[in-house]
Design a protein around this ligand. Structure first.
Ligand SMILES: C[S@@+](CC[C@H](N)C(=O)[O-])C[C@H]1O[C@@H](n2cnc3c(N)ncnc32)[C@H](O)[C@@H]1O
Length: 214
Protein backbone atom coordinates (compact mmCIF):
# COMPACT_ATOMS: atom_id res chain seq x y z
CA UNK A 1 0.00 0.00 0.00
CA UNK A 2 1.48 3.39 -0.90
CA UNK A 3 1.55 6.25 1.60
CA UNK A 4 -1.52 7.98 0.15
CA UNK A 5 -3.58 4.81 0.13
CA UNK A 6 -2.58 4.27 3.78
CA UNK A 7 -3.51 7.83 4.72
CA UNK A 8 -6.95 7.54 3.18
CA UNK A 9 -7.59 4.08 4.66
CA UNK A 10 -6.51 5.22 8.13
CA UNK A 11 -8.33 8.54 7.95
CA UNK A 12 -5.11 10.59 8.23
CA UNK A 13 -6.45 13.30 5.94
CA UNK A 14 -5.87 16.49 7.92
CA UNK A 15 -5.41 18.29 4.58
CA UNK A 16 -9.13 17.82 3.80
CA UNK A 17 -10.97 21.02 4.70
CA UNK A 18 -14.54 21.07 6.02
CA UNK A 19 -15.34 24.17 3.91
CA UNK A 20 -14.44 25.72 0.58
CA UNK A 21 -10.88 27.04 0.53
CA UNK A 22 -10.67 30.72 1.47
CA UNK A 23 -8.17 31.55 -1.26
CA UNK A 24 -10.39 29.98 -3.91
CA UNK A 25 -13.25 32.17 -2.68
CA UNK A 26 -11.02 35.24 -2.64
CA UNK A 27 -9.33 34.75 -6.02
CA UNK A 28 -11.93 32.95 -8.13
CA UNK A 29 -12.37 36.05 -10.28
CA UNK A 30 -8.66 35.89 -11.15
CA UNK A 31 -8.85 32.16 -11.88
CA UNK A 32 -12.11 32.03 -13.82
CA UNK A 33 -12.27 34.24 -16.89
CA UNK A 34 -15.60 35.18 -18.52
CA UNK A 35 -15.50 32.21 -20.86
CA UNK A 36 -14.03 29.57 -18.56
CA UNK A 37 -16.22 26.50 -19.00
CA UNK A 38 -13.98 23.75 -17.65
CA UNK A 39 -11.63 23.64 -14.67
CA UNK A 40 -8.96 21.06 -13.89
CA UNK A 41 -8.15 20.09 -10.30
CA UNK A 42 -5.03 17.89 -10.04
CA UNK A 43 -4.56 15.64 -6.98
CA UNK A 44 -8.04 16.64 -5.86
CA UNK A 45 -8.75 14.31 -2.93
CA UNK A 46 -12.41 14.81 -2.04
CA UNK A 47 -12.21 18.56 -1.70
CA UNK A 48 -15.44 20.55 -1.47
CA UNK A 49 -13.78 23.01 -3.84
CA UNK A 50 -14.86 20.65 -6.64
CA UNK A 51 -18.54 21.32 -5.88
CA UNK A 52 -17.98 25.05 -5.54
CA UNK A 53 -16.24 25.21 -8.91
CA UNK A 54 -18.90 23.01 -10.50
CA UNK A 55 -21.59 25.50 -9.49
CA UNK A 56 -19.74 28.20 -11.47
CA UNK A 57 -18.61 26.33 -14.59
CA UNK A 58 -19.89 23.69 -16.99
CA UNK A 59 -17.50 20.95 -15.97
CA UNK A 60 -14.90 20.22 -13.32
CA UNK A 61 -12.34 17.52 -14.00
CA UNK A 62 -10.17 16.13 -11.21
CA UNK A 63 -7.56 13.44 -10.86
CA UNK A 64 -6.92 11.52 -7.68
CA UNK A 65 -4.76 8.47 -7.00
CA UNK A 66 -6.80 6.80 -4.28
CA UNK A 67 -10.09 5.08 -5.08
CA UNK A 68 -11.47 5.59 -1.57
CA UNK A 69 -11.10 9.38 -1.92
CA UNK A 70 -12.99 9.36 -5.22
CA UNK A 71 -15.74 7.02 -4.00
CA UNK A 72 -16.12 9.01 -0.76
CA UNK A 73 -16.44 12.23 -2.74
CA UNK A 74 -19.42 11.02 -4.74
CA UNK A 75 -21.02 9.24 -1.79
CA UNK A 76 -20.66 12.11 0.69
CA UNK A 77 -22.05 14.58 -1.84
CA UNK A 78 -24.81 12.21 -2.92
CA UNK A 79 -23.77 12.41 -6.56
CA UNK A 80 -24.35 9.58 -9.00
CA UNK A 81 -21.65 8.36 -11.37
CA UNK A 82 -20.78 5.80 -13.97
CA UNK A 83 -17.30 4.29 -14.35
CA UNK A 84 -15.32 3.68 -17.52
CA UNK A 85 -11.71 2.90 -18.29
CA UNK A 86 -9.58 5.70 -19.73
CA UNK A 87 -6.03 4.63 -20.55
CA UNK A 88 -4.44 3.45 -17.31
CA UNK A 89 -6.96 5.32 -15.16
CA UNK A 90 -10.61 4.81 -14.30
CA UNK A 91 -12.94 7.67 -15.12
CA UNK A 92 -15.81 8.36 -12.72
CA UNK A 93 -18.32 10.36 -14.79
CA UNK A 94 -20.98 12.70 -13.50
CA UNK A 95 -22.78 15.45 -15.40
CA UNK A 96 -20.84 18.17 -13.57
CA UNK A 97 -17.76 16.57 -11.99
CA UNK A 98 -15.60 13.93 -13.66
CA UNK A 99 -12.83 12.36 -11.61
CA UNK A 100 -10.01 10.27 -13.04
CA UNK A 101 -8.81 7.74 -10.50
CA UNK A 102 -5.16 6.85 -10.88
CA UNK A 103 -1.73 8.40 -11.23
CA UNK A 104 -1.72 11.98 -12.51
CA UNK A 105 1.48 11.24 -14.44
CA UNK A 106 -0.42 8.60 -16.44
CA UNK A 107 -3.20 11.00 -17.41
CA UNK A 108 -2.77 13.02 -20.60
CA UNK A 109 -4.49 16.04 -22.12
CA UNK A 110 -5.47 13.84 -25.07
CA UNK A 111 -7.89 12.20 -22.60
CA UNK A 112 -9.21 15.33 -20.89
CA UNK A 113 -8.65 18.04 -23.51
CA UNK A 114 -7.00 21.24 -22.29
CA UNK A 115 -8.34 23.78 -19.78
CA UNK A 116 -8.58 27.54 -19.35
CA UNK A 117 -8.27 27.17 -15.58
CA UNK A 118 -6.36 24.90 -13.21
CA UNK A 119 -6.64 25.00 -9.45
CA UNK A 120 -3.78 23.50 -7.40
CA UNK A 121 -4.22 23.43 -3.64
CA UNK A 122 -2.37 20.82 -1.62
CA UNK A 123 -1.09 19.30 -4.87
CA UNK A 124 2.36 20.61 -5.72
CA UNK A 125 3.17 20.34 -2.00
CA UNK A 126 2.25 16.65 -2.15
CA UNK A 127 4.98 15.99 -4.73
CA UNK A 128 8.56 15.15 -3.69
CA UNK A 129 11.17 17.67 -4.76
CA UNK A 130 12.78 15.31 -7.27
CA UNK A 131 9.46 15.02 -9.13
CA UNK A 132 8.35 18.65 -9.01
CA UNK A 133 9.81 19.84 -12.29
CA UNK A 134 8.17 16.88 -14.04
CA UNK A 135 4.92 17.68 -12.18
CA UNK A 136 4.86 21.31 -13.32
CA UNK A 137 5.74 20.43 -16.91
CA UNK A 138 2.99 17.82 -16.94
CA UNK A 139 0.51 20.21 -15.30
CA UNK A 140 1.23 22.85 -17.93
CA UNK A 141 0.40 20.42 -20.71
CA UNK A 142 -3.24 20.65 -19.52
CA UNK A 143 -3.35 24.48 -19.57
CA UNK A 144 -4.30 26.38 -22.73
CA UNK A 145 -2.26 29.40 -23.85
CA UNK A 146 -3.73 32.38 -21.98
CA UNK A 147 -5.16 30.00 -19.36
CA UNK A 148 -4.70 30.56 -15.65
CA UNK A 149 -3.37 28.53 -12.77
CA UNK A 150 -4.23 29.38 -9.17
CA UNK A 151 -1.67 27.65 -6.97
CA UNK A 152 -1.40 27.50 -3.19
CA UNK A 153 1.97 26.45 -1.78
CA UNK A 154 3.49 26.10 1.67
CA UNK A 155 6.86 27.39 2.83
CA UNK A 156 8.60 26.31 6.03
CA UNK A 157 12.01 25.01 7.07
CA UNK A 158 11.97 21.50 5.58
CA UNK A 159 14.35 20.19 8.27
CA UNK A 160 11.73 20.98 10.92
CA UNK A 161 9.09 18.64 9.48
CA UNK A 162 9.12 15.81 6.97
CA UNK A 163 6.48 16.18 4.30
CA UNK A 164 4.08 15.77 2.72
CA UNK A 165 3.02 18.50 2.67
CA UNK A 166 6.49 19.54 1.56
CA UNK A 167 7.84 23.05 1.69
CA UNK A 168 7.93 24.59 -1.78
CA UNK A 169 9.56 28.02 -1.54
CA UNK A 170 8.55 31.11 -3.49
CA UNK A 171 11.90 30.88 -5.30
CA UNK A 172 11.21 27.30 -6.35
CA UNK A 173 7.70 28.16 -7.59
CA UNK A 174 9.21 31.06 -9.51
CA UNK A 175 11.91 28.82 -11.00
CA UNK A 176 9.45 26.06 -11.95
CA UNK A 177 6.53 28.14 -13.20
CA UNK A 178 7.83 31.36 -14.70
CA UNK A 179 9.17 29.69 -17.90
CA UNK A 180 5.51 28.98 -18.74
CA UNK A 181 3.97 32.40 -18.25
CA UNK A 182 3.63 35.47 -16.06
CA UNK A 183 3.63 34.60 -12.40
CA UNK A 184 2.21 36.79 -9.66
CA UNK A 185 2.30 36.27 -5.89
CA UNK A 186 -1.22 37.24 -4.81
CA UNK A 187 -0.86 36.73 -1.08
CA UNK A 188 1.24 35.13 1.60
CA UNK A 189 -0.22 34.29 4.96
CA UNK A 190 1.40 33.18 8.23
CA UNK A 191 -0.53 30.06 9.29
CA UNK A 192 1.52 28.98 12.32
CA UNK A 193 -0.77 27.59 15.01
CA UNK A 194 -0.50 25.42 18.15
CA UNK A 195 -0.68 22.17 16.16
CA UNK A 196 2.16 23.18 13.82
CA UNK A 197 4.21 24.59 16.72
CA UNK A 198 3.91 21.21 18.46
CA UNK A 199 5.16 19.53 15.28
CA UNK A 200 8.36 21.58 15.66
CA UNK A 201 7.80 24.38 13.17
CA UNK A 202 8.84 27.92 14.08
CA UNK A 203 7.14 29.46 11.06
CA UNK A 204 5.05 28.53 8.04
CA UNK A 205 3.70 30.61 5.18
CA UNK A 206 0.93 29.75 2.79
CA UNK A 207 1.56 31.48 -0.56
CA UNK A 208 -1.00 32.00 -3.30
CA UNK A 209 0.14 32.43 -6.90
CA UNK A 210 -1.56 33.19 -10.17
CA UNK A 211 0.10 32.14 -13.39
CA UNK A 212 -1.15 33.22 -16.80
CA UNK A 213 0.26 30.96 -19.46
CA UNK A 214 2.04 32.47 -22.47
C1 LIG B 1 -2.52 16.90 0.28
S1 LIG B 1 -3.80 16.06 -0.55
C2 LIG B 1 -4.72 17.43 -1.22
C3 LIG B 1 -6.06 17.06 -1.77
C4 LIG B 1 -6.88 18.23 -2.28
N1 LIG B 1 -6.19 18.99 -3.30
C5 LIG B 1 -7.36 19.11 -1.17
O1 LIG B 1 -7.15 20.32 -1.22
O2 LIG B 1 -8.00 18.59 -0.24
C6 LIG B 1 -2.97 15.36 -1.94
C7 LIG B 1 -3.79 14.33 -2.71
O3 LIG B 1 -3.07 13.91 -3.86
C8 LIG B 1 -3.26 12.54 -4.06
N2 LIG B 1 -2.11 12.08 -4.88
C9 LIG B 1 -0.84 11.95 -4.48
N3 LIG B 1 -0.06 11.58 -5.50
C10 LIG B 1 -0.86 11.49 -6.60
C11 LIG B 1 -0.65 11.16 -7.97
N4 LIG B 1 0.56 10.83 -8.43
N5 LIG B 1 -1.70 11.19 -8.81
C12 LIG B 1 -2.94 11.52 -8.36
N6 LIG B 1 -3.20 11.85 -7.07
C13 LIG B 1 -2.19 11.84 -6.20
C14 LIG B 1 -3.34 11.95 -2.66
O4 LIG B 1 -4.02 10.72 -2.60
C15 LIG B 1 -4.09 13.06 -1.90
O5 LIG B 1 -5.48 12.84 -1.89
Amino acid sequence: MNQWEARWQEGRIGFHLPAVNTYLLRYSAELLQQDTERVFVPLCGKTLDLNWLAARTQKVVGVELVEKAVADFYQENELSYTIQQSGNLRLFCNTEIDLYQGDFFELFSEQTDTFKAIYDRGSIVAIEQSERQKYVEHLMSFLEPGGRLLLVSLEYKQEQMSGPPYSVSREEIEMLCSPFGSLQLLESCDILDERLLKKGLDGILECVFLLQKH
